[in-house]
Write a protein that binds this ligand. Sequence first.
Ligand code: HEM
Length: 214
Amino acid sequence: MKTSHNRLQRYSPLDRANHWTMAMAFLLLALSGLAFFHPAFFFLTHTLGGPVWARILHPFIGVVLVLLFYAMAVRHVRNNLLGGNDVQWMRQIGDVLNNRDDKLPEIGKYNPGQKLVYWALVVSIAVLLISGVIMWRPWFAGYFPIPLIRFASLLHALSAFVAIVTIVVHIYAALWVKGSVRAMTRGWVTRAWARHHHGLWAREKEENERRERH
Ligand code: HEM
């Protein structure tokens, strides 16, 4: 059992509850959305209790995802702005992909790949919300002309594609970087993990700890 002086807190319980509720909402939305997208995926309507319930629930779950996602996104915006050694890190993408971590510059709480995932989701989820509301029968679609509703449905499919591909990359990266999933399940990372993957963040956290002690 590791002692707590070997750990750094990365996510609060609220952050984690938010994240995993959001992940479940996203999965239900992706599966029921694919069911509406092509008849080959019709059987996926069963994830929400059949075609009628899937059609009713999909937009409401979408609103839940939007609320949870932006509640989290707002709290993390500062850490997702480009800065520090990010440009140099991107120049060395070859070292990143070939696991030559020792050659990489120190970075903050998130690396540029994580920041790209963050911004791709900020944009694609906003487009999903706006286009979804325009198509939402019986509540809102009646206020919009049919050509706009058709255009909205095209945008909805395109932004859903971007969001799903982004999340597949997000999950792959979370599993690829050993020790990351624990950050989002238990809330903490080891100091060694933090120094290795996010050196600037680790130093900032440790400096804050020292200041609090004195
Ligand atoms: C099974 C699915 C998922 C897994 C395994 C997963 C895993 C993780 C992990 C391990 C982290 C922490 C990374 C770190 O601190 O370095 C994280 C952060 C995050 N995740 Fe997920 N995630 C999943 C689904 C989702 C979904 C569906 C969304 C959004 C729709 C999402 C949005 C985020 C955001 C916004 C962060 C904070 C990082 C940032 O602000 O850049 N995740 N996730």
